[in-house]
Design a binder for this molecule. Structure first.
Ligand code: URP
Ligand code: ZN
Ligand code: ZN
Ligand code: ZN
Length: 463
């Protein structure tokens, strides 16, 4: 398969320039002006458009068994939806049950992911601790291409990691050349606030954000950063949703600590008024953790991306249909937590970020792809349009627009948190491993075409 993308402006994180891009097999083989291409090559006319590295969503949950049910999107439908939106690689999570072998869980997830249409890789969660976890972390890093471990500081009585687990796992990650990541919320505080609200008879979805105020997130972010600082490990904070948690990252970075932060497309543009809707099904559909926040937090998150204190944009794509969300109709603590976005992230971040002047096109590429590839050691295979990189490319029409709706989405679950939002700046073509999988509104995702991406550890000493 040979594809030539002609006449566009290539946008990488470091610069933008006019060039054709020639892809052969699954790789980019030439980038330059007026390239020759074989007569049989598929030609994409990119005049007036940007040619960018395919998006990397650093945070998704496809086919996740969670809170008594399983997410609506599996690895096929979820990755296919991503391809329609210009995202060519997802980073999903293996989440072992407490006491379950990490390797056993890892192989279970690898099996589920075989039907993926786009490339994927896994962070592995450390939900408990003993010597076998220590040992299996080593096997995952050395033999299975895992270089990031996730820690949930929330979800008490389920997958929450206590401080002993955090300290031991962070140390082990450092030793192995892997990066620890955290969901930063104080799980004990959430648990007690939930109990107090239920005791007062406050049972609806409006109680969800009341049980998870910004301070709950800030305490955990500060704790994780402090632990990482004492041990000398880098740390990556997932779904930073509030000014106070961002402040913790900004302060640590100013003090020379290597801390990375991830913002979700949803947290950047949706506010907490959704929980106060009289339409309880609508309110429940927005229940995710951390919750959507008041307006000033969105401004803070944009400033974090602009200043370089937040590095990646993701979605935490974790979809549930209305019947699943209704499991918590009489008790907000039983509403399965999670919202979608893998299909919309790129367009939402472009529309709210680039069209507003907050981000340049190169900065957009940095926060939607390149930083993720660098932080998680997939660069320059991913995150860059250059000779030798994977032919994962999105051709982007800055003048094109569409109105987002659950009625037209590929993602399952029947709901869209960005419903009714008109975005200007949309993908016209997506190339994944050199195959044209999205072509002017037509999705031709192939089940099983996605590949597992090995991520080697970071070198701790010079060879
Ligand atoms: O509400 C959320 N975010 N659900 C998915 C699990 C997690 O915490 O990331
Ligand atoms: Zn989380
Ligand atoms: Zn998540
Ligand atoms: Zn259903």
């Amino acid at each position: 398969m040979t594809v030539i993308i002609r006449g566009g402006t290539v946008v990488n994180a470091d610069r933008a320039f006019r060039a054709d891009v020639l892809c052969y097999g699954d790789k980019i083989v030439a980038v330059g002006e007026n390239l020759d291409a074989p007569a049989h090559a598929t030609v994409i006319d990119a005049r007036g458009q940007y040619v960018m590295p395919g998006g990397i969503d650093t945070h998704t949950h496809m086919q996740l068994p969670f809170m008594g049910t399983v997410t609506a999107d599996d690895f096929y439908t979820g990755t296919a939806a991503g391809l329609a939106g210009g995202t060519t690689t997802i980073m999903d999570f293996v989440i072992p049950d407490p006491k379950q072998s990490l390797l056993e869980a890892y192989h279970t997830w690898r099996g589920w992911a075989r039907k993926a249409a786009g490339d994927y890789t896994f962070h592995v969660a450390v939900t408990w601790w003993d010597e076998s976890v220590h040992r299996e972390m080593g096997t995952l890093v050395r033999e299975h291409g895992v270089n990031s471990f996730k820690h949930f500081m929330a979800y008490k009585n389920a997958i929450m990691a206590d401080d002993e687990t955090l300290v031991k796992s962070f140390s082990r990650a450092l030793e192995l050349g892997a990066i620890p990541t955290v969901h930063a919320e104080n799980g004990e505080l959430v648990f007690q606030l939930q109990r107090a609200l239920l005791e007062k008879g406050i049972r609806g979805p409006a109680a969800h954000p009341l049980s998870r105020p910004p301070e709950v997130e800030a305490e955990a972010a500060n704790r994780a950063i402090t632990i990482a600082g004492v041990l000398g490990t880098p740390v990556y904070i997932v779904h930073v949703s509030c000014a106070e948690a961002l402040d913790a990252i900004t302060r640590a970075r100013a003090g020379g600590q290597r801390v990375y932060g991830e913002a979700l497309a949803g947290h950047l543009v949706i506010d907490d008024s959704v929980y106060r809707s009289d339409d309880l099904e609508f309110a429940r559909a927005h229940v995710m953790s951390p919750p959507f926040r008041g307006r000033h937090h969105q401004d803070a998150l944009w400033h974090g991306l602009q200043a370089g204190n937040l590095h990646t944009t993701a979605t935490d794509h974790c979809t549930f249909c209305a019947e699943q969300k209704a499991m918590g109709k009489d008790d907000f603590t039983r509403i399965p937590n999670g919202c979608g976005g893998v299909e919309e992230r790129m367009a939402v971040v472009w529309d709210a970020g680039v069209n507003s002047g907050r981000l340049t096109p190169s900065e957009f590429v940095r926060v939607t792809s390149t930083n993720a590839a660098q932080i998680f050691n997939m660069y320059p295979r991913k995150g860059l349009v250059a000779v030798g990189a994977d032919a994962d490319i999105v051709v982007w029409d800055p003048q094109g627009s569409r109105t987002i709706s659950a009625k037209t989405q590929y993602s399952k679950g029947g709901f869209n948190v960005f419903e009714g939002r008109t975005v200007k700046g949309i993908p016209t073509h997506t190339l994944a491993s050199g195959k044209l999988v999205f072509d002017k509104g037509q999705l031709c995702a192939e089940e099983g075409a996605g590949r597992y991406i090995d991520r080697p550890p970071f070198a701790t000493t010079a060879a």
